[in-house]
Design a protein around this ligand. Sequence first.
Ligand code: BDR
Ligand code: CA
Length: 317
Amino acid sequence: RNPLILDTDGGIDDAQALVMLLAHGVRPVAVTTVFGNVPLELATRNMQAVLALCEAAEIPVISGQSAPLSQPMVNATHVHGEDGLGGADIPADLPPIAGTDAVGFLREMISGQMEQGGKTDLLMIGPLTNLAVALTLDPGLASGIGQLTIMGGTVYGRGNTTPAAEFNIYADPEAADIVLRADIPTLIVPWEPCVSHFVDGAAMDLLFDGHADTPLGKFNKAIADRSRHVAVSYGGDDVFRFVDPFAAAVVIDPDLIRTTTDASSAVALAPGLTRGMTLVDPSRRLGTPPVTFIETGDVARLTEIYAASVRWHPSRQ
Ligand code: BDR
Ligand code: CA
């Protein structure tokens, strides 16, 4: 496997995605952070907290872009809570972070690997600003990325933040457009399969039965409960949706992917109702390099990967 960098905006599902990677032995070489669900400082602190809970504090956390390229900031505290973790308990004393230049780190890591004939994989589960800045400074980086996996956008134009736009794209449409126009092998988990792949509330209660007593177990349960609460508060059923963990699961086990659409893609940038909408063109008239949108996955396998992560004890590995 190529070295993997996790780039994240520090929300509840981001936290679970990181736990999942570690529980399945996929250790990122670094976690880079970006503004998004919460401001950058909180996103960074949250990922440090997850690493501490997972007894993996040696993985460096490097903060990155604190604002979108060309629009005012947005956030998603209505989903993730003011702290980004729905008020879940986290360790009080966190070590200093390893750096504050995620863009510089991306450039050094990817080009360093390229010099040795290797590639770097990226899992991006927040706004795409860090990578967009790195690619703007150094377009040649694109050829050093082995696999870019993104949670973001839509495949049929049905957004979660506006009728047309998904949050990670809406939060920085210009950045997302730069990334989609780069020639990088890209796999996207868009919003629609995040809606249709879930675990129902009763199954979630069973899944946590006897597994919510350690600090990490309690944390996993608290962020899962927050996710279920959000689903209900938006008028839906009591379900747990994977979202960022869907993308993490795809990195852990690509065999869970069932159906996909290959298409050229770009982002609608004009002001108005469609700003931040992902354009998806299987007939490739957009002229951008084709990317792969996941439409369906094996929900039993997804659930299994998730369940193993909430039952994982780091000190018993
Ligand atoms: C995405 O936006 C954030 O709220 C989540 O963490 C996820 O990455 C879902 O639209
Ligand atoms: Ca996220």
